[in-house]
Design a protein around this ligand. Structure first.
Ligand code: NAD
Ligand code: TYD
Length: 353
């Protein structure tokens, strides 16, 4: 058994689906089902006895103790987090609660559980912390990409809360010997991504004939990785990573936001042409995000050298799959949009016009 937290969200759901498809052992999936958690992501395994879904909060220590005692997982894969930078700017408190206090509570529960294990079970246990490249801060255009040695220099409430969680995880290894591994990954894209992040938001807006809001000058750079490649990296780190180590995960694919949006418009022009003309006509420049990090780039050589992981998808192949998935799953997009998402969009964009 493995325990996954946040497995109804974008990356966690992809991980659980891939894990079970690859014949992995059963999964206990603990998720609070915040606005970002969506059981529709897991509809294809609704009748699969290897998946046990538990609605609950990682801040609930009694629940964590109960789940660990009952299922005795050999590993915890920790995805659960508040994950959207813009939301963290509007309302940071929940980020501190889930990302910092939640990770602390999970570490303490894991420490108590692991401490009582013996022999091989104790030796083989792993706590895998899923983190982000945003903890490293922002790069200038000519700076070398982030390595694992780069200092944590977070700039947003989201990245500060994730950096804090990384530090807790590190300390629980150093002080208590808890066998932790941490991954710091760049921007993901793919199926089931909530349409508040750049790529699914642009696709949803374009298909609805709405403006495509580019923050600032659109020249901020991100490294983009297809989500199933991230899931494969996590499996590699879980299987072969060294306790106490961190591994950067990236797609070797730096692009500006404008390049991404142009490409999405071109793909939609090809796959779902609009009689009104190219989707590029919808591009609109809006007020920049406060403290907007200019550039992220990941040096992913360590995970390749030590664990043999490299992304399987190029951006060209991954983004084509993502656009095709979006076109084939408009019902999923509609369901998400009819929920709390609508209020969020109003709040976020009303202030930028
Ligand atoms: P997401 O927002 O789509 O999903 C987060 C999930 O966690 C949701 O299902 C939500 O219901 C759940 N959750 C939130 N608070 C919880 C709580 N207190 N208790 C239990 N469950 C809770 O996020 P995502 O994009 O899938 O990201 C997953 C992880 O990967 C996060 O830790 C994030 O920091 C990290 N990450 C994300 C990216 C990216 O591009 N999306 C890149 C690198 C790292
Ligand atoms: P986002 O998907 O929120 O991820 P992150 O902030 O974690 O990198 O944003 C990716 C980039 O796209 C970021 O530079 C902000 C920009 N962006 C826009 O220009 N317009 C938008 O509507 C959104 C959501 C993001």
């Amino acid at each position: 058994m493995i325990l996954v937290t946040g497995g109804a969200g974008f990356i966690g759901a992809n991980f659980v689906l891939d894990w079970l498809a690859a014949g992995g052992e059963p999964v206990v999936n603990l998720d609070k089902l915040t606005y970002a958690g969506n059981l529709e992501n897991l509809a294809s395994i609704a009748d699969d006895g290897r998946h046990v879904f538990v609605r609950g909060d990682i801040c609930d220590r009694a629940l964590l103790d109960r789940l660990l005692a009952e299922h005795k997982p050999r590993a915890i894969i920790h995805f659960a987090a508040e994950s959207h930078v813009d939301r963290s700017i509007h309302a940071p408190a929940e980020f501190m609660r889930t990302n910092v206090e939640g990770t602390f509570t999970l570490l303490e529960a894991a420490r108590a559980f692991w401490g009582a294990l013996e022999g091989e079970a104790k030796q083989n246990f792993r706590f895998l912390h899923v983190s982000t490249d945003e903890v490293y801060g922002s790069l200038a255009p000519d700076d070398a990409p982030f390595t694992e040695q780069h200092p944590h220099q977070p700039n947003s409430p989201y990245s500060a809360s994730k950096a804090a969680s990384d530090h807790l995880v590190r300390a629980w290894h150093h002080t208590y010997g808890l066998p932790v591994v941490t991954t710091n990954c760049s921007n993901n894209y793919g199926a089931f991504q909530f349409p508040e992040k750049l790529i699914p938001l642009m696709l949803a807006n374009a298909l609805a004939g709405k403006p495509l809001p580019i923050y600032g000058d659109g020249l901020n750079v991100r490294d983009w990785l297809y989500v199933t490649d991230h899931c494969a990296a996590i499996r590699a780190v879980l299987a072969r990573g060294t306790p106490g180590e961190t591994y950067n995960v990236g797609g070797w694919n730096e692009m500006t936001n404008l390049e991404i949006v142009h490409l999405l418009c071109d793909l939609l022009d090809e796959l779902r042409p609009d009689a009104a003309g190219s989707y590029r006509r919808l591009i609109t420049y809006v007020k920049d995000r406060p403290g907007h990090d200019r550039r992220y780039a990941i040096d992913a050589r360590k995970i390749e050298r030590e664990l043999g992981w490299r992304p399987a998808e190029t951006f060209a192949t991954g983004i084509r799959k993502t656009v095709a998935w979006t076109l084939e799953n408009q019902a999923w997009v509609r369901h998400v949009q009819s929920g709390e998402y609508r209020q969020w969009v109003t709040k976020n964009y009303a202030e930028r016009t």
